[in-house]
Design a protein around this ligand. Structure first.
Ligand SMILES: [Fe+2]
Length: 464
């Protein structure tokens, strides 16, 4: 009897969900700023059949209905065809807890809770990591520890899904870990359904030349994510936009499915509470020395002059002490724009460890032109008086590498070997996976790096 009930249970767990291809997840949607309401998009994946989903939500008072829309069909080689749904939860009270449920007919499929987007100037807590979805215990441990922090939202600094950001790879490496039904070190956590995810593409999520004969389901980011679309306008044939070869039918299908998101969702900005984010695609097919792109960043930061905190996020760190990727310095060419725009923190991944610089300014060699080798000679000026404890007023932006979210760690041997670090690095931890926790109030920004074991690895505070 016991055997049979266990068997039934296991079969039930293994059985495919009748309605969900993947369970619900929360996104900011195309909302760069918070409107009067703390609206969010509730999304999920359904099987490739017509279903009348019903979405209801409530923060205070009774249940309200949201209207689900089928956003696109995803039908590529190597994956079962499925559909992306989205329902806009419009009438949420900023910063307040809310509950939602999804049903079909009389059958309730799921109920979960979250916090509505916070109003301008509200205090926030968010979690950041990168280089993560590889389906490892390290990834699951980071997800679990992050769930204990109860962040308002999560930001991923790129290389969201290995090895090529494909639709099929989301199915094995992303959804099961970040939307696990149980929270534990060995399973991950039900984060996606309870915490809005934000993020930026890395080199594993998007490539400049995509051969559809080899990779028929690429750029899944543009199918599944829903983030602001307020970045620079780049047409499909623009040189800074990924190109396709190998299969014109697949290309047409991809472009049709992603006509609302590709390529616009690669660069954008948004406000969450008292923080302004500028999010940049730093892949090598984009040249950030381009005058128009530099102007977009400068204008975006200028428009955010009143925000309490300004964070710039992109995948490739320009100031990196790891022997791995040490020569990929092209984003140094944007340092002057970020300094002028008074960015507080620059968050990157790509390098699979944790690093913090002194507050620094950088000047490229006069007349230097970025070449193929990606190295950028120049001069940095370090604010060594800032320690984040006694002196909490940095004179320049601080650059963080937080790329230890799950993939194999880089250069573990450099952790305690200060002689191997570049002069601009003040902290370097590469012997354990980790993530960043940032708390912001009007006067303080507190940064902590927490290990996959839940231990604090680094801590600093910035005050106004
Ligand atoms: Fe990377």
């Amino acid at each position: 009897m016991k055997f049979f009930s266990l068997l039934t249970l296991s079969l039930a767990l293994l059985a495919k969900d009748e309605f969900f291809f993947e369970k619900p997840y929360l996104q900011l949607g195309d909302r760069p700023t918070i409107a009067a309401q703390g609206a969010l998009d509730l999304m999920w994946l359904g099987h490739d059949k017509d279903v009348d989903f019903v979405v209801e939500y409530k923060s205070s008072g009774g249940w309200l209905k949201a209207t689900p829309k089928m956003v696109r069909r995803v039908d590529f080689k190597g994956t079962e065809p499925h559909r992306v749904y989205s329902a806009s939860l419009e009438k949420l009270k900023p910063g307040a807890a809310f509950t939602y449920r999804v049903s079909v007919g009389d059958q309730q499929l799921i109920e979960a809770s979250s916090i509505a987007r916070k109003a301008t100037n509200a205090n926030t807590r968010f979690v950041v990591w990168g280089d993560c979805s590889v389906n490892t215990d390290d990834q699951r441990a980071v997800a679990y520890q992050a769930s204990l922090i109860k962040p308002d939202y999560i930001f991923i600094t790129g290389d969201i899904v290995y090895n090529r950001g494909r639709v099929s790879e989301y199915q094995s490496n992303f959804w099961p870990i970040y939307n696990a039904d149980q929270a534990s070190l060995k399973t991950g956590a039900p984060l996606l359904r309870s915490t809005p995810f934000t993020g930026v593409v890395g080199n594993h999520d998007a490539q400049g030349d995509i051969d559809l004969a080899v990779n028929p389901d690429p750029l899944a980011y543009f199918h599944y994510w829903s983030q602001p679309l307020n970045g620079p306008t780049l047409s499909l044939d623009h040189k800074f936009v990924p190109k396709f070869k190998g299969d014109d039918v697949v290309k047409a299908k991809f472009l049709e499915a992603t006509k609302l998101t590709f390529p616009g969702m690669a660069n954008f900005s948004f406000d969450y509470g008292n923080v302004h984010w500028t999010v940049i695609d730093s892949n090598s097919y984009v040249d950030w020395t381009d005058a128009e792109l530099r102007k977009w960043v400068a204008d975006d930061l200028k428009a955010a002059a009143k925000a309490k905190w300004r964070i710039v996020a992109y995948h490739h760190p320009p100031f990196n002490s790891s022997k791995a990727h040490g020569k990929e310095q092209r984003l140094r060419m944007l340092a002057d724009v970020l300094e002028a725009g008074k960015a507080d923190l620059i968050l990157s991944g790509h390098v699979h460890n944790y690093q913090r610089t002194y507050p620094l300014t950088f000047q490229a060699e006069p007349g230097f032109v970025l070449g193929k080798n990606q190295q950028v000679p120049g001069k940095w000026t370090l604010d060594k008086t800032f320690d984040g404890v006694k002196n909490t007023k940095p004179k320049a932006p601080i650059y963080i590498v937080t790329g230890a979210g799950g993939a194999r760690l880089y250069n573990q041997e450099q952790t305690n070997d200060k002689s191997s670090w570049q002069e601009f690095t003040t902290n370097f931890v590469s012997n354990i996976h980790s993530f960043s926790v940032i708390d912001t109030t009007a006067k303080t920004l507190t940064f902590k790096q927490i290990s996959a074991e839940g231990k604090e690895l680094d801590h600093f505070t910035i005050t106004r």
